[in-house]
Design a protein. Structure first.
Length: 462
């Protein structure tokens, strides 16, 4: 007789594991199924956490070689890449073990193996059958492939291979100027690689505020990034220790070739539903392969739900986790909800780029009248003291009501600074609310306050 659960979650990435813990907190009997050896999904094993560990370590290496001297610190750093990879692995292990602990603490039952939905209410894992009132698909996403380019995870790598290179490439070509390409490109540029980023569109960071992306591109160019925009890679030929890429203008035209030691394919991610048995049970997907859900994360089949990268919306860990909480609450009879208008996005480079709410382009397209207040870190005392003055904060507020509609930051600690604006937006706050809130001096956060003051044309330090 199969053990009966209230909820069975397939996949223990940030969507699945957070959902499991919240459901258990609410008194539901919860099972999870995971096929990977450790919990935490893409994010903890081959995504957010390892990339941030390498970004942190490589930034300190670079700073030690380039910025310490001007502060009167003499250092001659040398690189031990295997040890740096060990530091990354410790970050992964520390985080994934934390989930084992949380599952035990919350009495979540773990099944190891590939989960297959045999029927509504039934999940098979190998020879075992789990009976469950609700089934949640949280199987995440996988690397998007590029036609004609064969990822071998050695010379031509995805983000997964890029997180585990055994040597710093002399020349790294990155296909795709999105978040993952620019973050991992940064890691190896700091460690000494020459970097070329090839992007199909005529801009970097598609979807982010254009002014912020443009300013950021200039900063990356100063760091040595070379960009080939409006360009498409059509083929990659591998020789013994080189890869030759064929690159054509996006609009068509003569091809040129580019030789690199390593190629990183970072053209996005696709929903992952392989082997789940969705066709047999009739779970509907859209043209992009994402599982279709209603406002309560219910799929087309009663009793089967989906959250995270496998459904529509930004492919972000915190979006997946918030959906997990909302769905657990809905299943427990509460009013779970995610505010998709206030989901921050961060690029963890140096400087960082962070955004929440609407971009100027979106506001214009929607015909919303707005006022923009921009403040440069150049005029911020703390940034001046630290000599990290590149970038700005831009606050966008409704022209009539002054309600904050978006914020875009390029600059030091942008990924932390963005959150006061996210909280303000959750409460429907105005630029004046932000501007009248006392901010400690000297902090980078004062630049956020000054940007809010600038909305009304009354910044003090500009
Ligand atoms: C290099 C990189 C860096 C990133 N950096 C960030 C970042 O800084 N911030 C951010 O917010 N996001 C980042 N992301 C994105 C983030 O990792 C994802 O948005 C997030 O992991 C999605 O969570 P999820 O729970 O939906 O799915 P996933 O994390 O993909 O987890 C899905 C899990 O389901 C398991 N699974 C799949 N099918 C089955 C099955 N049939 N049976 C059992 N188990 C199954 C998989 O093994 C996996 O463990 C990054 C991604 C990458 C690749």
């Amino acid at each position: 007789m199969a053990e009966q659960f209230d909820v069975t979650i397939i996949g223990t990435g940030p969507g699945g594991y957070v959902c499991a813990i919240r459901a258990a907190q609410l008194g539901l009997k919860v099972a999870v199924v995971e096929k990977r050896a450790s919990h935490g999904g893409t994010c903890l094993n081959i995504g957010c956490i390892p990339s941030k560990a390498l970004l942190h370590a490589s930034e300190l290496y670079y700073e030690a070689g380039h910025s310490f001297a001007k502060m009167g610190i003499t250092a001659a750093p040398s690189l031990d890449l295997p040890k740096m990879m060990g530091f990354k692995q410790e970050a992964i292990d520390g985080n994934t073990k934390g989930i084992d602990f949380l599952f035990k603490k919350n009495k979540v039952t773990v099944f190891r193996g590939t989960g297959v939905i045999a029927a509504p209410g039934q999940v098979k894992v190998g020879a075992e059958t789990i009976a469950s009132a609700s089934i949640i698909i949280a199987t995440g996403s996988d690397v998007a492939k590029l036609k004609g380019i064969d990822i071998d995870e050695k010379r031509i790598v995805s983000s997964t291979g890029a997180l585990a290179l055994d040597a710093v490439p002399g020349h790294l070509a990155v296909i795709g100027a999105g978040v993952i390409g620019l973050e991992l490109g940064s890691v190896y540029a700091r460690l000494g690689s020459r970097l070329t980023v090839i992007e199909y569109l005529d801009r970097i960071l598609p979807g982010m505020d254009a002014e912020a992306a443009k300013a950021f591109q200039r900063m990356l160019q100063k760091q040595g990034f070379a960009f080939k925009l409006s360009s498409k890679v059509t083929a990659a030929a591998k020789a013994k220790d080189k890869v030759t890429l064929s690159i054509e203008p996006a609009a068509g035209g003569a091809a040129e070739s580019l030789e690199a030691d390593t190629v990183l394919v970072a053209v996005g991610r696709v929903p992952y539903t392989e082997g789940l048995g969705l066709d047999a049970v009739g779970v509907a997907r859209d043209a992009k392969g994402r599982i279709e859900v209603d406002a309560h994360y219910a799929t087309s089949v009663k009793g089967i739900y989906a959250i995270g990268d496998v459904i529509k919306g930004p492919m972000l860990a915190h979006k997946a986790g918030d959906e997990g909480v909302a769905l657990a609450e809905i299943l427990a009879g509460q009013a779970g909800h995610v505010n998709y208008g206030v989901i921050p996005g961060v690029v963890y480079t140096n400087p960082e780029v962070a955004a929440v709410g609407k971009t100027e382009e979106e506001l214009k397209a929607e015909g919303i009248e707005y006022r923009a207040g921009k403040f440069l870190f150049l005029a911020n005392g703390r940034a001046k003291a630290n000599q990290t003055t590149e970038g700005f904060v831009k606050v966008l507020a409704d022209a009539q009501s002054d309600r904050v509609l978006g914020c875009h930051i390029v600059g030091p600690m942008a990924g932390e600074l963005i959150h006061e604006v996210a909280v303000l937006m959750e409460f429907g706050g105005s630029a004046e609310d932000l501007a009248r809130t006392c901010h400690a001096h000297p902090t980078l956060s004062e630049a956020v306050k000054e940007a809010a003051l600038t909305v009304a044309g009354r910044a003090i330090h500009a």
